[in-house]
Design a protein around this ligand. Structure first.
Ligand SMILES: Nc1ccc2nc(N)nc(O)c2c1
Length: 373
């Protein structure tokens, strides 16, 4: 454990990096997948299980927590780690993305964004300074700048305006964050699907000498090929000795292809949301447990898994739970999915260390194509 925030690249294989972030609350093995704990909970999971499947860090959200229960209240209760009983690192998103995707009646200016809560209609203002203040009240370990993410496709001038304002907001967030040795504030590269804007954003953020860099404005409806092309353009412009975090990504296939382009950190609601909708991720591909063909299938999802949800319960039972909308169905499938995602990340980390990432990625991909035998 380190009293400051440090990132070390332990091995590389092509552009793929095996690294480690050391912080006071723990070490993060990269490439890392961060389970999404939006409202201070990883839905349908006990935090002991989240830790047990191998997560080193979880994600929280400024937007949701400022609306309910409130950032000052969480602070009065000892901060998010104490509140949610997760003592290891937490990364919090800054709220801008969620405002644009969840709230109503929002108004965005140079100062910040005003909006009405989707919970109770109360009016709020989120500025770069207030976002950093909220993330501080939550006692977040890795804090994200407030940015403006433009949904794609979009006009170039709109993408440029949002990217440049996000750079000015990054400066304001850096000033508001100040110097907090055991914590980090990451900048967020914007620029949509425009190569020149992506380069300009990445270079300007790199010049700010931040502790880490997120690639935002992707996984917003663009084809995977466009996302990957933007990574090919953006990653080389970011400092090699700082972590790179691709926000909101992704499927197991997205993760393999993004690690190959130099990404170190991921977060996505896919495994938890899919678990609540009856979908299981396995090394043989996805299994939709709602499907009647599972009704008398006594096999578990994967007899070789270390996860009890994956190894000990028949597909027939999981099918029954899902069809009956039993809470246990969501719990077991979420557990399975997070266990699969973490086992994928462990597999990736080991392959980079062994310098055979490309070959292992091809084997993993073939496994999915084998389908649900
Ligand atoms: N796909 C995503 C997901 C989360 C994001 N959060 C922020 N702050 N900015 C973005 O561009 C995001 C994109």
């Amino acid at each position: 454990m380190s009293q400051s925030f440090t990132f070390s690249v332990l091995a590389t294989d092509g552009k793929a990096r095996r690294g480690e972030i050391s912080m006071p609350r723990g070490t993060i093995r990269t490439p890392a997948f961060m389970p999404v704990g939006t409202g201070g909970t990883v839905k349908a999971m006990y935090m002991e299980q989240v830790r047990g499947v191998g997560a080193d860090i979880i994600l929280g959200n400024t937007y949701h927590l400022m609306l309910r229960p409130g950032a000052e209240r969480v602070a009065r209760l000892g901060g998010l780690h104490e509140f949610a009983r997760w003592p290891w690192p937490i990364l919090t998103d800054s709220g801008g993305f969620q405002v644009m995707s969840l709230s109503k009646l929002r108004k965005l200016t140079e100062t910040g964004v005003t909006f009405r809560s989707h919970v109770d209609g109360v009016r709020y203002e989120l500025t770069p300074e207030r976002s950093i203040e909220i993330q501080g009240l939550l006692d977040s370990d890795i804090q994200m700048q407030l940015d403006e993410c433009v949904a794609l496709p979009a006009e170039r001038k709109e993408i440029e305006r949002a990217m440049e304002m996000s750079l000015r907001w990054a400066e304001r967030c850096k000033a508001a964050f100040g110097d907090q040795p055991g914590k980090a504030m990451f900048g967020i590269v914007q620029g949509g699907d425009d190569a020149a804007l992506r380069v300009r954003s990445a270079q300007a953020l790199a010049a700010m000498d931040l502790k880490g860099y997120a690639v935002g404005g992707l996984a917003v409806g663009e084809p995977q090929a466009v996302m990957l092309e933007m990574l090919d353009i953006t990653c080389p412009e970011l400092p090699a000795d700082k972590p790179r975090y691709l926000m909101g990504v992704g499927t197991p296939d997205d993760i393999l292809k993004s690690v190959a382009r130099g990404i170190d950190m991921f977060d996505c609601v896919m495994p938890t949301r899919a678990g609540r909708h009856g979908l299981a991720y396995t090394r043989r591909g996805k299994v939709n447990l709602r499907n009647a063909r599972h009704a008398e299938d006594h096999r578990p999802l994967d007899e070789e898994s270390a996860c009890p949800a994956t190894r000990d319960y028949s597909r027939a039972y999981l099918h029954h739970l899902v069809r009956s909308q039993e809470a246990l169905g969501a719990m077991l499938l979420t557990w399975n999915n997070l266990a699969y995602y973490q086992s994928l990340m462990q597999d990736i980390r080991a392959a980079i260390e062994a310098r055979n990432f490309a070959a292992r990625a091809a084997e993993i991909t073939e496994g999915w194509a084998r389908g649900d035998i």
